[in-house]
Design a protein around this ligand. Structure first.
Ligand code: ADP
Ligand code: MG
Length: 634
């Protein structure tokens, strides 16, 4: 087809790839010809190109809704490197920056505009989007729109509004994790038209071997595994504290390891991720905060010391191994205690109503908000201090805040980014008189003075990346230098960090009047428990092929036994009979050769079966045993 040639040309020109993978071209054709389209591809399958290529090949601009700011920034930077006009709008930009980007979009400056779902409801955005010449809308991580998905984000529901604003733009929904029920829900929520098309790539990972290993000494088992499998690895644990402990244990055993969790500073996270990505450290021990957006092809091993909450999450995390197509392993360490541990997560995620009401009251008390007030007010919330003040455990407390959000009383955002800011503590004259700060510090100060104004009298927002580019330093060096200058009392630097925020959507009411409906509580609790149980069954079962187990869960009709997970291997072993092995052993002998038992090994054949086969051969006098060696009869 003519347009196929165009798509290929775009692919070659901008990415240097020579062909499309799997269902990429089907998806591209479908969306480019105006059909609402659902594309299901596993992580790493290549979803991005399915909207980037048609965006470039066609007229107008593609609007991309995606939930993660970090990923958004990465993709935009990446596209720009390839000479593609793209931009992103997310929280953390100044109002002027947002305005400018929107105006540029209306002006036709971009082929791709990335927005976070929260943006869609803003009046400013809505007033401009109709004039942007949107050719089609892409919804990445589309499972986030489904209440039945394992990662529902309420803001995703806003996307449906786009259909009214942009009645002619078809919608492309992409996801890596969707059970059949979630797929249907995505199409319904996005109001897919009659002629919508669905494409599913097989979720089978041929080079990935799933293994469940039962062990009461998980750390010992982990060491053993890391000593027998070479190459880069990720180890997932539940708690932040365990990331540190396990990394330390590995280091003590001479295995280079780093740890990672959501509580680290952004800079720490970036640095560690980079060190691991570049292979300077072999193992990353992490909570589930680690993963989104990592694109390391040669991960050989993913080990879970604790099971995740759902098969979706496990499949996603385990799937980070073996992106390069080489053999890789996904190991879940499991023991009797895990069933109980999994079920203990239910009250953590769904604390009882009385507790939720208590958190609601405590919150207002903490924020000093009188009854009847607070509507549309936003507060920063130090979770740590809040929990301390009222003796709440953090996990159920956050769950309660999230449930209150879903019920529509508050809007709780755990991961809102603040921006870095800075003010000089010495005057301009004094600054020029200071010597011996070093060449780099001088360069940095000059870059700051050139880029921003007003820093002598007030705190000014800065961007370490931008300043770094001005003076030829990495963001990390800028950060370190600013910390040092703060220490020397030349300036005061407040690095950006995540601070949770709460907005009251309705005025404060009496907690006994709170309504937490079944769609917020019971229904979702039930779903949560079902997923836990599916995860539990994965750990407990030893007679269903691991790969098949996942594929059937995801509704992949082509599911078959993989042949290389622990279940398949054990089954193959059980099936091996000595009389079948005997002829293969016999073929190892040549005239006059005398072989020891250690030379008489066959791959995949356990030693006891091989020994039995040898006994058979000797019994039948096809082989003779003399002075501890075997040979053909002369
Ligand atoms: P997903 O979003 O499905 O997880 P990505 O879109 O991030 O996956 O793509 C994963 C990797 O595969 C990227 O490095 C991308 O450049 C590469 N890739 C995608 N499509 C192709 C292709 N047709 N040929 C070669 N590489 C591709
Ligand atoms: Mg993606």
């Amino acid at each position: 087809m003519e347009s196929d040639a165009k798509f290929l040309e775009v692919l070659r020109q901008h990415w240097g790839y020579t062909s499309f993978r799997s269902i990429q071209l089907d998806i591209i054709r479908s969306i480019a010809s105006g059909h609402d389209t659902l594309g299901l591809m596993p992580t790493g399958g290549g979803k991005s190109l399915t909207f980037q290529v048609p965006a470039l090949a066609g007229e107008g601009m593609c609007l991309v809704v995606t939930p993660l700011i970090a990923l958004m920034k990465d993709q935009v930077a990446h596209l720009r490197q390839h000479g593609i006009m793209a931009a992103a709008i997310y929280s953390g930009l100044t109002p002027e920056e947002v305005q400018r980007t929107l105006d540029n979009a209306v002006f036709g400056a971009y082929k791709l505009l990335y927005v976070s779902p929260e943006r869609l409801s803003s009046e400013l955005f809505r007033s401009k989007v109709q004039r942007m010449g949107v050719s089609f809308v892409t919804v990445d991580e589309a499972h986030c729109i489904s209440q039945w998905g394992y990662d529902f984000r309420p803001a995703y529901l806003e996307i449906a509004q786009l259909r009214t604003l942009l009645p002619n733009a078809p919608v492309l929904a992409l996801t890596a994790t969707a059970t059949p029920a979630v797929c249907d829900d995505i199409c319904r929520q996005l109001q897919f038209r009659e002629d919508a098309q669905r494409f599913r790539m097989s979720f089978e990972r041929k080079n990935l071997s799933y293994v469940v290993r039962r062990s009461d000494d998980k750390q010992g088992e982990l060491l053993h595994i890391l000593q027998s499998v070479q190459g880069s690895a990720i180890v997932y644990v539940r708690s932040r504290q365990s990331t540190r402990e396990v990394a330390r244990l590995l280091e003590a055993e001479g295995i280079s390891a780093l740890y990672y969790h959501a509580g680290l500073s952004n800079l720490d996270k970036d640095t560690r991720q980079r060190m691991w990505q570049e292979g300077r450290s072999r193992v990353m021990v992490a909570t589930n905060a680690f993963g989104m957006g990592i694109d390391k092809p040669d991960v050989r091993l993913v080990v879970h010391l604790d099971a995740p909450d759902s098969p979706e999450a496990y499949f996603q995390e385990a799937g980070r191994a073996g992106r390069d197509g080489q053999r890789a392993w996904a190991v879940l360490l499991w023991n009797k205690g895990d069933v109980k541990k999994l079920h203990r997560r239910v009250p953590d995620n769904f604390p009882d109503r009385e507790y939720i009401c208590r958190v609601y009251d405590a919150l207002a008390y903490f924020l000093e908000l009188p009854m009847g007030e607070g509507q549309d007010c936003t507060f920063e919330l130090s979770l740590e201090r809040f929990c301390q003040a009222f003796k709440f455990f953090p996990v159920p407390c956050v769950s309660a805040l999230q449930l209150l959000s879903r019920a529509g009383y508050i809007d709780f955002r755990e991961e809102e980014q603040s921006r870095s800011r800075l003010m000089f503590l010495v005057g301009r004259d004094e600054l020029y008189r200071l010597h011996g700060l070093g060449r780099e510090a001088d360069g940095l100060i000059n870059a700051l003075l050139r880029t921003y104004g007003g820093m002598f009298s007030e705190y000014v927002y800065i961007d370490e990346q931008v300043v770094g580019e001005q003076c030829g330093l990495s963001r990390e060096s800028v950060y370190q230098l600013l910390k040092a200058l703060t220490h020397q009392r030349i300036l005061h630097y407040v690095p950006r960090k995540s601070i949770p925020r709460v907005t009251y959507v309705t005025r404060r009411i009496e907690s006994r009047h709170l309504i937490i409906g079944p769609e917020v509580y019971e229904d979702r609790r039930k779903q949560f428990v079902e997923r836990l149980e599916r995860m539990e069954r994965y750990g407990e079962t030893d007679d269903v092929c691991r790969s098949r187990y996942f594929l059937e869960y995801f509704g992949d009709a082509s599911a078959h036994d993989c042949g290389h997970c622990d279940v398949c291997i054990a089954r193959a072993r059980r099936r091996l009979r000595p009389e079948d092995v005997a002829p293969r052993l016999l073929s190892l002998f040549t005239e006059g050769a005398a072989l020891s038992t250690s030379q008489l090994r066959l791959p995949g054949v356990p030693t006891d079966v091989a020994a039995e086969a040898l006994r058979l051969l000797v019994g039948e006098e096809k082989v003779v045993f003399r002075h501890g060696l075997y040979s053909l009869p002369s």
